[in-house]
Write a protein that binds this ligand. Structure first.
Ligand SMILES: [Zn+2]
Length: 176
């Protein structure tokens, strides 16, 4: 068997498709011919790399499957800032104050008088404060409201600090 006949049969030999007699001839030629042996080794190397390629080759619908998988993924929920409950608490507080006032549980005049007396002890013009408070019934309520809102803002600041990272993450998610 000459070299070209051998080389033409190496592939068939590797695949086991060669008749036994031809296989023996090719093998005996390979054992004696360095050139054909080198050719066979190159062929084996190519075959091996092809096998590896086949192994990592994605299946035909890979892209579609990936896109479908992405589409099927749950949309990441945009984290609410969770500060709305503070607003509800604020509204509820005012409703409670209104109700308590209506039922006479909060006696504004007494509170104003007490505040004025306290102010007098501190040396403030208590009678002026008292007079204003009595004449304009809203004033002590407004004063109380300002105090409540300051406390509410303090709560907002504390809660805001707690939720700040979440708010920031939400904002960056919206902006990006
Ligand atoms: Zn040869």
């Amino acid at each position: 068997m000459n070299c070209s006949a051998c080389k033409a049969r190496i592939g068939a030999l590797r695949d086991g498709e060669l008749p036994a007699r031809d296989a023996r001839l090719v093998e005996s030629h390979l054992s004696s011919c360095a050139s054909c042996r080198a050719f066979a080794e190159r062929l084996d190397a190519v075959e091996a790399s092809l096998v590896r390629l086949t192994r990592i080759e994605p299946r035909q619908d890979f892209t579609i499957a990936v896109m479908a998988g992405i589409a099927a993924m749950p949309v990441p929920e945009r984290q609410p800032t969770r500060l709305w409950w503070l607003v509800i608490a604020d509204v509820a507080l005012w409703i409670a104050i209104g109700a308590l006032t209506a039922f006479g549980a909060i006696r504004w005049k007494a509170i104003a008088a007490g505040a004025a007396a306290f102010g007098a002890k501190l040396g403030v013009a208590a009678t002026t404060l008292y007079g204003v408070a009595i004449d304009f019934h809203a004033v002590p309520i407004v004063a109380l409201g300002v105090g409540i809102e300051i406390a509410f803002l303090a709560v907002m600041v504390v809660a805001g600090r707690k939720y700040l990272s979440r708010v920031r993450a939400t904002l960056s998610g919206v902006l990006s």
